[in-house]
Design a protein around this ligand. Structure first.
Ligand SMILES: Nc1ncnc2c1ncn2[C@@H]1O[C@H](COP(=O)(O)OP(=O)(O)OP(=O)(O)O)[C@@H](O)[C@H]1O
Length: 371
């Protein structure tokens, strides 16, 4: 029996065939098929146009493109339509937060981007991930919690901006490249932040998170301070995180620090979504040659040992640094570039893993149409 409510010119057999076709679509982001996920909401034939409408609980624009490509020819054959019109809506799920913390106003899910040590490309990953999640169809914010080196304002080309405070209590997030951002770096000169010590830094960060007027966000990416010391531990306990990501490089020493990071999150009951291996291969800007200058397979081994996923592998490429220095991250500056594809893939893995690993909080579901 079909669950479609509206009358169409399709026969039951055609509808069942289409439903089966959609059910048979396989994708790495789908742990249940689209019918089991109740994603297919409408199917209608009007004249020679077949309309299909889907609603997904996580950001899925790339998967949607793969679906269209895979099914179009068969859909035409089954329905006899000349044209297929697709619509994707999002009803992005709010997932259970670590330690049952209350939500931050307006924010559905918080993704903490962390690293066991400094300089592995955590901020680079956080900024490009946030922009890639937006490109995947979500409403996204980024909070720069790296008090010791707040680099996000510069990376987003917004270093001269300052949040306003209409009520003298809250700050309005800065809007840049289509995402909302806040950072200690917007509030004080960069040198001042480095003198902050543990308790002062963590209370300032909690304040920054809670007292920012975030617009409605599906995902807030937090660029955490590097390391596994007291401040990181306190923050991980205080922040209502949905899931943490550990950024590492393939080198042994960075991997050892990544293991410490994973252990820290386990200790404070914050779910680790997986590892991102940055600088996994060097791509030569002149000839495009790929070279694994820091070795291979390390992140995979750590991931297997701790039973977590490798969410993405980001190449070392001069363009990534140059675009950040110019304030237009590569995902925005060159969305079709090979480098951006790595981040888009990372974003779809993060969004889907977050959903499949989490527990939906039903009361917080809100409906929104995006296409
Ligand atoms: N994959 C990459 N390709 C090219 N440059 C990179 C890559 N990853 C990081 N970088 C560059 O390396 C430098 C350090 O990166 P980033 O600031 O992201 O590190 P971090 O881990 O956040 O550092 P910290 O934790 O100490 O703040 C930056 O100049 C950045 O542009």
């Amino acid at each position: 029996m079909s669950f479609f409510s509206s009358a169409t010119a399709l026969s039951d057999t055609q509808k069942n065939q289409i439903e089966q076709l959609v059910a048979d679509f396989r994708d790495p982001t789908l742990q249940k098929n689209l019918i089991e996920l109740k994603a297919l909401k409408k199917i209608e034939l009007g004249g020679s146009t077949l309309r299909l409408e889907l609603t997904l609980p996580f950001a899925w624009n790339s998967g949607f493109e793969r679906l269209k490509t895979a099914l179009e020819a068969d859909l035409r054959k089954i329905s006899g339509a000349n044209e297929i019109r697709w619509q994707l809506n999002y009803q992005i799920a709010t997932l259970k937060r670590a330690n049952n913390h209350p939500a931050v106003n307006g924010v559905k899910n918080i993704i903490a981007v962390t690293s066991g040590k400094g300089g592995v490309g955590k901020s680079t990953t956080a900024v490009n991930l946030a922009l890639a999640l937006k490109a995947q169809g979500a409403r996204v914010g980024i909070l720069d919690a790296d008090v010791y080196g707040p680099s996000i304002p510069h990376m987003l080309g917004a270093a001269d901006q300052h949040p306003t405070s209409p009520d003298n209590k809250h700050m309005v997030a800065i809007e840049t490249h289509g995402i909302s951002a806040n950072s200690i770096g917007f509030l004080m000169p960069p040198d001042n932040a480095t003198i902050w010590r543990g308790p002062m830094a963590s209370s300032a960060l909690s304040q920054l998170l809670q007292e920012t007027w975030w617009p409605d966000l599906d995902y807030l990416v937090i660029d955490m301070p590097p390391g596994t010391g007291d401040i990181q531990l306190t923050l991980s306990q205080q922040i209502p995180v949905t899931g943490a990501i550990v950024v590492t490089t393939p080198q042994d020493i960075a991997l050892l620090d990544a293991v410490k990071g994973i252990a820290m999150f386990e200790k404070v009951s914050v779910p680790v979504l997986g590892i991102v291996e940055n600088m996994s291969v060097h791509i030569c800007a002149n000839c495009g040659h790929h070279e694994a200058i820091f070795g291979t397979g390390g992140a995979q081994k750590v991931a297997e040992k701790y039973n977590i996923a490798v969410l993405g592998q980001i190449p070392l490429h001069i363009r990534l640094r140059e675009d950040l220095d110019h304030g237009t991250p590569t995902v925005v500056a060159a969305p079709k570039d090979e480098i951006s594809q790595y981040f888009l893939q990372l974003a779809e893995n993060v969004a889907s893993q977050l959903y499949w690993q989490g527990n939906v909080i039903p009361a917080e579901i809100m409906f929104r149409e995006v296409k």
